[in-house]
Design a protein around this ligand. Structure first.
Ligand code: CP
Ligand code: NVA
Length: 309
């Protein structure tokens, strides 16, 4: 069994296998309905339990559909309906119980320590469904979408991130090493990328460049990605932060500096970091991006259970 916690801890070969498997599975489902299982039914009668300590629409639904399409079932927990939130049961005990009932566990949390504790105590694979430091399932799926639209390996494309230095960017930086693609990061000086992840990337031959001017960052971009300036439970002075990002909004005048056929991705939900005009334009591929998460989650689950073909 394998965990899916941070992209930096998974080999490039395995990450590529996940994308290839997702592609094959997506192609084979063209005529199937939402709840039809994939023909090979690889996870018949397996149970996925997922718990969300923070809100989620896409991640919870896509993992639900993913396990159903693989032939298994899903149960979604909230921390306030078990004994975790009121402190009446240690997470280490909960991990042991979950291990004896389920085959795979997904956690979305605000606390990196919980991921570590679960990793140590679960006897089944753990998937990180978003933590303060990482959103690996989002980024692997976004790479799938980019290659699907651009019909080229991501290593041949110029990727640009415009926005906050958050969990999604951390996973994107790690991915830039694993998939060897050029990544420009455009962000205000006071909101520069996570130092230790940036250091790890540099040590591992990353092709990352940081810009504190959005226009310079997007020059020649094939793909621009962004995310909310204020993430869930972001404990910052919101107004001050939003002001600092004033010149980092994805709007028509900014994307003029990118390649003509540049596409825009956003993990969603969105805030004011993207104009309605760009969001509603043909360049913005967020619906395809979100729907692809189902087929990529399937291959992530299969990877964790050593079932990738
Ligand atoms: N992009 C993403 O993870 O969406 P949710 O927060 O709705 O799961
Ligand atoms: N950075 C965002 C991503 C949401 C999917 C957050 O953590 O809230």
């Amino acid at each position: 069994m394998k965990n899916f916690i941070n992209l930096k801890d998974i080999t490039s070969k395995d990450l590529r296998k996940i994308i290839l498997d997702a592609k094959k599975r997506k192609n084979k489902r063209a005529k199937l309905s939402t709840l039809d299982t994939d023909r090979d039914i690889p996870l018949k009668n397996k149970l996925l339990i997922q718990m969300f300590e923070k809100n989620s629409l896409r991640t919870r639904l896509s993992f639900y559909l993913a396990i159903k399409q693989l032939g298994g079932s899903a149960l979604t927990l909230r921390p306030d309906e078990i004994h975790l939130k009121n402190g009446n049961e240690p997470l280490s005990d909960i991990a042991k119980i979950i291990s004896s009932y389920a085959d795979i566990f997904i956690l979305r949390t605000d606390d990196e320590k919980k991921i570590k504790l679960l990793k140590e105590n679960l006897k089944i694979p753990l998937i990180n469904g978003l933590s303060p430091d990482s959103h690996p399932a989002q980024i692997i799926s976004d790479i799938f979408t980019i290659e699907e639209i651009k019909k080229k390996p991501i290593s041949n494309l110029n990727i640009c991130w415009v926005g906050d230095s958050n969990n999604v960017l951390n996973s994107l930086m790690e991915a830039s090493v694993k998939f060897s693609f050029k990544l420009n990061i455009a962000c205000p000086k006071d909101y520069s990328p996570n130092k230790s992840i940036f250091k790890w990337c540099k040590k591992n031959n990353s092709k990352i460049k940081i810009f504190h001017n959005a226009k310079k960052g997007v020059v020649n971009a094939d793909v621009i990605l962004t995310d909310k300036v204020i993430s869930m439970n972001d404990k910052v002075k919101k107004l001050k932060k939003i002001k600092k990002f004033k010149n980092f909004k994805i709007n028509k005048s900014l994307i003029k500096f990118a390649k003509k056929d540049c596409i825009i991705l956003h993990c969603l939900p969105r805030g004011n970091e993207i104009s309605d005009q760009v969001f509603n334009s043909k360049k913005c591929k967020v619906w395809q991006q979100a729907s692809n998460r189902v087929c990529v989650q399937k291959s992530i689950i299969l990877f964790c259970l050593n079932k990738l073909r």
